[in-house]
Design a binder for this molecule. Structure first.
Ligand SMILES: [Zn+2]
Length: 66
């Protein structure tokens, strides 16, 4: 049931939001280039997944990256 905002104390609201914090995303390191990447994703730096080249080739991906 909805409760008017002014009826909920600062402490009660803050206590409810104690579990709202964001957690760090799961990351791993690329076995090819060592970059920190999201797990189960193609490495955005070198374009490999499970040690296989799946996007472009190594030279192109390193040149096009800033
Ligand atoms: Zn990589």
């Amino acid at each position: 049931m909805a409760v008017p905002a002014r009826k909920v104390s600062k402490t009660r609201g803050a206590t409810r939001r104690a579990h709202v914090a964001l957690s760090a995303k799961a990351t791993t390191t690329c076995p090819n280039c060592g970059e920190v990447i999201k797990s189960h994703r193609v490495c955005p730096k070198c374009g490999t997944y499970k040690n296989k080249q799946v996007i472009g080739n190594e030279e192109e991906s390193t040149k096009s990256k800033k």
